[in-house]
Every structure is written in C-alpha cells, then in structure tokens.
Ligand binder design. Structure first.
Ligand code: MG
Length: 387
C-alpha cells in the first residue's frame, strides 16, 4: 500500500532510492523478467545471502582467529555474525529515515564479502604480495569482482547479475573512487556520492564493530574492564550508570547494558545528524544527495570525536596489542607463503581455478583463490604445503 504520509523522522520521500522494477538503479547487466512478488533489491539481498562467498564469511576472522593461548571460546564474532549485526543496524537506520530498507539490507549483507581470511592482517599481506607485481588489493573492488564474475550460479551468465544500485553501493559504501584512476568503474557515477542507503552502511559497520569489539575484547581477556573505563569514557559513563541503576545485576549484564546504550546512542546521534544535514541542505531528491558538497551520512561533531577516540583505543589496545602480534605475523606468513607457492606452481590450485588462468592471468587467479579462503582452509593448505 502506498504511504500517503511520511512517518515522523523520515527524510523527504524523493531521497530514498526507488526500488521500482523500471528504476534507474534496479537495472541489471543481463535483463531478467520481473518477479511476481519480490522487488529487485529484495532479490539482490537474497542472491548475496545464498552466495558461496557469503557462507564462507562464517569461517573468516573479524578480529580474533586464534588467540594467544587458545582459550576455549566460541562466542567471538566471525565476519558472518558481524555482517548480520551490521545488517540489523542498517535496516534500523534505513527504516527510521524512510529510506529503501531492502537496498540497505542487500548492501549490508555484501559489505564484507570481499574480505580475505585472517581479517585485516590477511588483507594487508595479500596487498603486500600484489604490490610486488605493481598491483594492490582492495576489498570493495574484490567484492564487486565476486558478485559480477567469481560467483557461478546461473547458466546464462557469470556472477549474480545484481542491480546497478547494489553494485554501486558495494564499491562506494566506504570510499570514493576517482574516475581518472578507475575508468573500468565508469558506470558507477564516480563523480557523485552514493545514495544515503549506501553511505549509511559504513557507519553501521563502525557502530557494530566499535561496540562488538569492546565486548569480544573484554570476553577474550585482552582488554580489562578498568582499561576500557580509562580509555573509553563514553563506555564508562553508561557502565557507571548501569552499576548504579542495576546494583544487583551480574557484572556481565551491566557491561551488556552499557554496550547496548552505547550502540543506541551512536545510532540515535547518526539519525539526528543526517536529518539535520538534509534539512540544512534542503535536499529533496536523490540527485541532491548525490551532488551535495560532501557525504551527508555522519555523526555530530561531538559523537565523531567519541567515535575516533574509541577506534583509536581499540587499535592501540586490541587490534595492534602485543597479544595479537604473533597472530598477525603468522597470518602474514601463511598468506605470503601460499601466494608464492601458487605463483611458482599453479598446479597446486584446484582444477576449476587453474582453468581461469588463461582468461584472468595467474596473479588474479591466485588472488581470487586466496581471498576466498576461510581461516581454517588456508591454515590446512599451508600446513600441507609445508609438509
Ligand atoms: Mg564490516
């Protein structure tokens, strides 16, 4: 049923991406008949969810792969559970602002699909291996490659044949690409900002991991509660309030209460700030968002300061902590060793990957293979190659 009135808090209706079958952004590279009762973006969200690359997120590191001392714990986020948390936050944001929820969902589900094993350490190592050949690794561009080429699900074409809007959002949700440096991306409106549905994904990602990584960091024992109190006053405020208001709650539940309120504060601030920026600009249409002087999705100045300092705390005390150094060194070695091994002897790769060498080249094929691996798969291969 068409909405006649916009719910309170919604942005002007023309700002949301149209999900109509004939919309500019619902075009597909290969024409397909419309579905009887599913919209193009809902179909795209389902295509991502059913992709093999999506299932492999379950076996990829978010922050922790193996922890120093390997404590028995299966509650840490994987890239899959992180992705689902980002999806939940993205849906909330899109819904509260009256944006296209199905587009936001498809983009959130796809946002980490191009990540190699071993989290950022794996990404850095893969990039290092490619730099030697004058190339680089970019997980957004790799995600585009997965959905446009690498996934094989249909007899008529390679890739998932996603709509233009989802492909644009996959590459542009977290950064902009210059048209001069990337002529191959010409169809993705490189001189314009992406729609708000895409811009919000990067912030939903930040909100999800800033709170979840404090949780996992505390849970792992790498972060101590006193340390988080000292380093993240924003958390401390909520935690002190929880201890005061819930004096009989188990310590763990007071931490959850604080993290929940922290997440909620980030989301509420973001919603208010986006509404305010849209109002100041008097934006009414998607074109206004695309041609705005800057990206419109962002936190208030005060919350941005909190976001940056929380992130810095996590980098200094968790991601780059002494405890994680060995884990990162190991990840780097595994990726570099295997890259070199496949380059020296392509027969070590499975037949279906070898078959891609003539069209894609050895370097690209090796990158595709390694980037797709889960943490446990790459560990086992590495052990086998060394045996
Ligand atoms: Mg992410």
């Amino acid at each position: 049923m068409a909405r006649n009135t916009e719910p309170a808090g919604s942005l002007p209706r023309g700002i949301a991406v149209s999900g109509e079958e004939q919309g500019e952004l619902t075009r597909r590279a290969y024409a397909e008949p419309a579905h009887v009762y599913r919209t193009p973006f809902a179909r795209d969200a389902a295509r991502v969810l059913h992709a093999r690359a999506f299932r492999r997120l379950a076996g990829k590191t978010q922050v922790f792969t193996r922890l120093p001392g390997d404590p028995l714990n299966d509650h840490f986020r994987s890239r899959l559970t992180h992705t689902l948390e980002v999806t939940q936050i993205s849906r909330t944001l899109a819904s509260a602002l009256g944006l296209n929820i199905e587009l936001a969902e498809a983009l959130a589900l796809a946002h980490d699909i191009g990540h190699p094993p071993f989290g950022h350490a794996g990404e850095k190592a893969l990039d290092q291996a490619l730099q030697v050949h004058g190339l680089s690794f970019d997980h957004n561009l790799h995600a585009l490659r997965i959905v446009t080429w690498f996934e094989e699900r249909y007899p008529a074409f390679r890739g998932l044949n996603l709509t233009l809007g989802v492909r644009e959002g996959i590459i542009k949700h977290s950064r902009d690409y210059s048209a001069a440096a990337h002529p191959e991306l010409a169809e993705y409106f490189l001189n314009e900002f992406p729609p708000l549905e895409a811009q919000l994904i990067d912030l939903a990602d930040e909100i999800a991991y800033l709170t979840a990584d404090l949780d996992d960091g505390l849970n792992s024992g790498i972060l101590a509660l006193e340390q988080v109190h000292a380093g993240v006053p924003f958390f401390r405020g909520f935690h002190d309030a929880a201890l005061h208001n819930l004096p009989n709650a188990a310590p763990r539940l007071a931490v959850y209460d604080a993290l929940r309120r922290m997440l909620n504060a980030f989301v509420s601030d973001l919603l208010n700030e986006v509404r305010a920026r849209v109002a100041v600009l008097e934006a009414r249409t998607l074109a206004d968002i695309r041609r705005a002087p800057a990206r419109l999705a962002g936190f208030s100045e005060e919350m941005e300061t909190i976001r940056i300092s929380t992130k810095k705390f996590l980098y200094d005390n968790l991601y780059n902590s002494r405890d994680m150094e060995d884990v990162h060194r190991h990840a780097e070695q595994v990726v570099l060793d295997l890259f070199a091994a496949f380059m020296a002897d392509p027969n070590l790769m499975p037949k279906d990957h070898q078959a891609q060498i003539p069209s894609e080249g050895l370097i690209r094929t090796t990158t595709d293979y390694i980037a797709g691996m889960t943490d446990s798969y790459i560990e086992q291969l590495w052990a086998r190659c060394r045996a």
